[in-house]
Ligand binder design. Sequence first.
Ligand code: DCP
Ligand code: CA
Length: 428
Amino acid sequence: MEKISSSFFARGEKKIFKRVRLLPLYGFPHHKDVGHREKIPGRKYFIHLDFDAFFAQVEQRDNPKLKNKPISVGGNGGIKGIVMTASYEARACGVKTGMSVFEALQYCPELISVPCYGQKYETIIQRILTEFKNYLPEDCIEQYSIDECFLDITPVVNDYFQAAKFAYMLKKLIMNLERLTVTIGLSFNKTYAKMASKFHKPDGLSLVREENKPDIYNLPASKMWGVGKRIERRLNYMGIFTMGDLANSSIYAVHKEFGVNGVILRKLARGEDTSMVSGAKARQEKSFNHHHTLTDPVYEPHEVESEIRRMVEYISRKLRCKDLVTRYFVLTIRYDDLGFVSETLRLSYYTNDERELFGAAMYLYKKLPEPCKSRKARMFGVTVFDLHKNMGINLDLFKKYLGFPFKEMDYLKEKYGERIIRIGLNSL
Ligand code: DCP
Ligand code: CA
């Protein structure tokens, strides 16, 4: 009997639950234990599927010399640039996404930095999503990010037993097609499925059923999808430390602190996420870029600033139009001697607000060689990547700029052109 790497919650005698891992397939809970064979009306089954150390795993697959070695993937390889992801061997030494490669080398001197081949990774995920269409209706498949997707498998399974079998089949399918491992979370709503996929990485399979809610409630609130460090601090300040605290918190208190987003967060924590997968048509974009080459190169600070601003305004509007937020911002300048420089900044939160992105752009600009009379800037470019759907639960951000009429501003720009309205520079 083949062994699988899997885990699911089961009630233990002493502990509230235990995670069962490395079960053979027949070890999944028998249908008698997990419910009825016939569909339970209203119950849905969602999978969150996440590739393990995605870019790094692909590079290790494609270059046998990198197997079992600490590697980082990012930029053009080499010591300049940022770690976009690291292999598990590198993570064990403390290398983390978002570090500069230079810093990562302090933790792990044997680190091998390899370039990022964005198109290759995108092709892999597309091939897999296309394959999924042989098993699921297209509108039950949602690509959520470059290496994550949600699947609504309700149409093809009747109970958790079949759902777990289906999840396992997907893991095998991906291994056969691409020789890559993924971690899967399976639950009755998307939020819990997403949380479950974190429980047993890499190559895991975790199941959260309705009766596991008390186990979920024992987890720290920071495990909640969308709760970063800053929100966690604010929750802690309110006396909310666990998922259960959040789920059972006063609706008025969370509303007072976070507005409507707090109410949503509380609802998600309670396992009452009713959102559906958004289907193949709403496929997630991976990155956007916008470049502009000038007929007359510039070097005066106000001209440069104005060009950068134009790029940022455009990219922010594009993000808002697709309801996406970004965390990585790249500024590129090409000079009239054809010199080419580029800097990347990782923001501490996701945003599509041009005031934030303009701040990032100007911060990066100051790190680049300043254009001058003898070396003017001919081309400006901005790229944003690591794009996510705007969940509206980046609470700090929301609160800070609540009420800014971006929608109205974008509408005017759509109708009358880019220059019809701009945010005053002093508000940037
Ligand atoms: N990535 C990125 N920007 C980030 C984080 C990651 O472009 N801020 C890229 C590199 C990753 C891929 O996206 O390989 C997927 O990101 P994940 O956060 O899912 O990280 P990994 O797949 O690398 O690791 P894990 O095993 O924790 O999922
Ligand atoms: Ca991943």
